[in-house]
Design a protein around this ligand. Structure first.
Ligand SMILES: Cc1ncc(COP(=O)(O)O)c(C=O)c1O
Length: 471
């Protein structure tokens, strides 16, 4: 079967004159990558329609589904964000209840708002010695299902932003016992579909819907994602309707071609994921010479399947440096930009596109950095601010809080008030406070502390927080 890209090129070379959108008329203007416009189409005759596919797009999506082990796969041209909005909307009724892990992406909260849902949270354990939220455990999911028997769906994240993995099969079994669907936000795990026999590949291990950002861990451009569905617990027509609502009515053909191309490329290159695993393990082994910085996951954690290959947490250890400082040195002295830095660690990401030269460069930089540091005796890692986000309680419905009249007040004086907007640390963008929740003293102090550490807190402007008026 030809690729979508080949079909687009064929059309482009057919001599048909475009009296239709896009306005660039397939010409180059110097401010697009050369050749981009030649395959940037609209739904012209023969080019199919993402919102009602029956031709080349349907073929490409079917091919993707067969590679990914799904019944159906849908291309997402505005990221996993659209997929999460559509999945949550399709699996619930308006005003219904959803169980979700607290460290879900903001799109999950936006879906709750749009569908006026009632959330029941799973508060994941903190990872030992690391103070980041773990993936949801099966027992936690079972407890949440017992506490919320009217839940219509369960949404978990695996891998998490920091690479923690959930027991998909165990959780799927627990969720299916209640006859409801399991949605897995697998935005950080598109590569897992190509790790043969992986127990963490969501769709092949029992998820009803998995949403994967191909752009995050595979060779594909930003905004490209897929949503895959399996089994009969999801109303497919409803899912299609919501995908159509949340996705652009002018979907990008280059994006769709690159999703198709990326999945085809990964399927043809079965060695890529094993070689990422191999290189990542070798990196961890090499870093064992370091005696100030510490690294997670350990090789044991990888082998035991608690953490994903590719997410390296470079922790302060006894270096006397915090994560933000380590990231600064890696950038300025070694020309290495990392994914995220917080007081306790730096997150460096590796994908199937890192070759051995890339791994060597990072290993040499970290070893050199570690060698240049003075040991500071005891572990000097700051009290990590991601350490168990404060547990808060909702006292007002999320949608009502967003729609209510609000006022901005100084954060210092906000304890006891009802939060009016989503407050999150970015990256990864998971919430500290959700609209409708009480701003406890702990939550207020936590946010103040994050700000004083220079962390990027979304939802606070000039030290002021939006609260429900008279709330
Ligand atoms: C856990 C998680 N889910 C979903 C998303 C949204 O993905 P996208 O950027 O593809 O819309 C992100 C983005 O960072 C994320 O971290």
């Amino acid at each position: 079967m030809t690729s979508l890209y080949e079909e687009l090129k064929k059309y482009s070379e057919s001599g048909i004159y475009p009296c239709h959108m896009p306005g660039h008329k397939r010409k180059d203007f110097g401010y697009f990558p050369a050749g981009f416009s030649s395959v940037d189409f609209t739904e012209a005759e023969g080019l199919d329609d993402l919102h009602d596919p029956s031709g080349i797009i349907l073929d490409a999506q079917k091919k993707a589904a067969s590679v990914l082990g799904a019944d159906e796969t849908f291309f997402l041209i505005n990221g996993s964000t659209a997929g999460i909005l559509a999945a949550v909307s399709a699996c619930t009724g308006k005003g219904g209840r959803i169980i979700l892990v607290r460290n879900c992406h903001r799109s999950a909260y936006n879906a709750i708002y749009l569908r006026d849902l009632v959330p029941s949270y799973i508060w994941p354990e903190t990872v030992e010695g690391l103070s980041i939220a773990d993936a949801a455990g099966t027992d936690e999911v079972r407890a949440a299902l017992d506490a919320a028997p009217d839940a219509q769906a369960v949404l978990i994240v695996s891998p998490t932003y920091e690479g923690r993995l959930a027991d998909i099969a165990g959780i799927a079994e627990a969720v299916h016992e209640r006859g409801i669907p399991l949605i897995v936000d697998e935005a950080h795990g598109a590569h897992l579909s190509f790790a043969e026999g992986s127990p963490f590949d969501a769709i092949r291990n029992g998820a009803d819907i998995a949403i994967q950002s191909v752009h995050k861990t595979l060779p594909a451009p930003t905004q490209t994602s897929v949503l895959s569905v399996k089994g009969d617990l999801v109303d497919r027509e409803k899912l299609r309707r919501f995908l159509s609502i949340y996705q652009s009515s002018s979907p990008s053909y280059p994006f769709m071609a690159m999703i198709d191309g990326c999945i085809g490329y990964m399927a043809e290159n079965a060695g890529l994921v094993p070689s990422l695993c191999d290189n990542f393990e070798k990196l961890l082994n090499r870093l064992e010479v370091c005696d100030k910085l510490i690294f997670r996951p350990s090789v044991t954690e990888l082998k035991e399947g608690r953490a994903d290959y590719g997410k390296l947490l470079i922790c302060s250890g006894s270096s006397g440096l915090n994560g933000v400082q380590i990231a600064g040195i890696l950038r300025k002295k070694y020309g290495i930009e990392t994914e995220m830095a917080c007081p306790g660690f730096v997150l460096a990401m590796f994908t199937v596109c890192d070759d051995t030269d890339g791994f060597d460069r990072v290993a040499e930089a970290i070893i050199d950095l570690d060698g240049s540091l003075e040991a500071h005796g005891a572990d000097t890692a700051d009290e990590d601010l991601t350490n168990g986000y404060p547990k808060v309680s909702g006292i007002m419905n999320l949608s009502d809080a967003i729609d209510s009249e609000k006022e901005d007040i100084p954060l210092e004086r906000s304890a006891g008030r009802i939060c009016g907007s989503l407050i999150s640390m970015y990256p990864p963008g998971t919430p500290i406070l959700v609209p409708g929740e009480e701003i406890s003293e702990d939550a207020r102090d936590f946010i103040l502390n994050c700000i004083s550490e220079g962390l990027n807190i979304k939802g606070i402007g000039d030290g002021r927080i939006s609260v429900v008026k008279n709330g």
